[in-house]
Ligand binder design. Structure first.
Ligand SMILES: Nc1ncnc2c1ncn2[C@@H]1O[C@H](COP(=O)(O)OP(=O)(O)O)[C@@H](O)[C@H]1O
Ligand SMILES: [Mg+2]
Length: 358
């Protein structure tokens, strides 16, 4: 058996620069988001004139350029000025005040964080930033577990612009009053890309990532079509990479329409799960409760579940929800504040619809 005989050699790869398909790759220009970037810049601009900046709440569906556009603005700012410190934090990874302040210290080049408590760390940050001014971007802010750091920044950093990015529009409404009334953000909503824009973005990436001419025209067409359907460029980039891999797996020097079709089948988003695919009755019942109680808190749903005759304890119920979330049948969203502290909202996701329509 010669498993490796027909493989393309290294110098025959279809990819020239696969990095250009990475999610965090930053293209030189973020096309089709010029207005959004100008708006962000206009909120930062007062800082360059030694005045206070404006706060922004940026929202929109996943995979439509919120993060990349914002990072691009910060990059431009960094090239332009030393007076405004750009601070970008992904709150999915750094989801507590302590972790965020450690990260800010690290971005500011301050290393003596060992054994310091949250408020001591904040004092360090304040001491450094208040000599200048700063733009804070808190991306995926709906993943935050506490908001003390935000309160401290709002109260004690003199000149700043704070941008919070989330997929859901409801996030601001769920904030505690003490934060919301101080943050008072303007709204910048990203709309999904249209077909032309999606095509423009994907073709640009194909040009950067692949050898010239390896993509057949109808293959590009299908990749664009599928990405438009799902309205998520991140999935589109994944599709480009997978299509290339599928073509290489059959030692082809071209990416054909059939390769893209095969790659599409590997996308979880297109595997069109139906609720009839759920095997165990208990999970079906939980899903049913979520469907009827659309958007309720998890605690309330548990009550509904018991009322409907469910026997599992709360922990098990929670685990079922987590599994349904992972399998794409429901979406969960952490909501901070409220009298019971943090809670989780659960929504039913009609998987026959597109991902972004829930
Ligand atoms: N206008 C654009 N030009 C080039 N690439 C883009 C554009 N919009 C989105 N992308 C790419 O699509 C992917 C998803 O974008 P991202 O900003 O992470 O989405 P979001 O933050 O809205 O979920 C990233 O890899 C990004 O580089
Ligand atoms: Mg993002």
């Amino acid at each position: 058996m010669s498993l490796f005989k027909d493989m393309l050699r290294n110098d025959e790869s279809l990819f020239v620069n696969a990095v250009a398909l990475d999610y965090d790759y930053m293209p030189k220009e973020i096309k089709y988001r010029e207005n959004e970037q100008h708006y962000m810049a206009s909120c930062i601009k007062p800082l360059l004139q030694k005045r206070n900046g404006r706060n922004l709440f940026i929202c929109g569906a996943p995979g439509i350029g919120k993060t990349v556009a914002c990072r691009h603005v910060l990059q431009d700012l960094e090239d332009e000025s030393d007076e405004v410190i750009p601070i970008y934090i992904n709150c999915w990874q750094k989801n507590t005040s302590y972790k965020i302040l450690i990260e800010i210290c690290s971005l500011l080049g301050y290393k003596l964080t060992h054994n310091k408590k949250t408020d001591e760390l904040f004092n360090v940050v304040k001491g450094i930033i208040n000599k200048k001014s700063a733009v804070f971007v808190f991306d995926e802010a709906d993943k935050l577990e506490d908001y003390d750091f935000l309160y401290m920044i709002l109260e004690e950093i003199y000149r700043k612009a704070i941008f919070c990015i989330t997929n859901s529009r409801d996030w601001v409404a769920g904030l505690e009053d003490r934060i919301r009334s101080r943050l008072m953000p303007e709204l910048l909503e990203f709309r999904p890309y249209n077909a032309n824009e999606t095509e423009g973005i994907l073709k640009e990436r194909i040009k950067m990532a692949f050898e010239r001419g390896v993509w057949e025209d109808d293959a590009v067409e299908i990749a664009v079509e599928k990405t438009c359907e799902i309205e998520d460029i991140r999935t589109g980039l994944y599709l480009l990479r997978e299509s290339g891999n599928v073509a290489e797996d059959r030692s082809s020097r071209k990416v054909s329409a059939a390769d893209v079709e095969n790659a599409v089948k590997r996308l979880p988003e297109f595997s069109s799960k139906k609720s009839s695919d759920i095997e165990d009755d208990e999970s079906k019942m939980v899903l049913d409760v979520v469907k009827k109680g659309q958007g309720k808190r998890i605690g309330e749903l548990f009550e509904d579940y018991k009322a409907a005759g469910g026997n599992s304890v709360y922990k098990t119920f929670q685990r079922k929800i987590t599994k349904l979330d992972k399998d794409g049948f429901v979406v969960t969203e952490k909501i901070p504040g409220g009298k019971e502290g943090n809670t989780t909202i659960v929504k039913y996701k009609d998987v026959t619809k597109k991902l972004t329509e829930f």
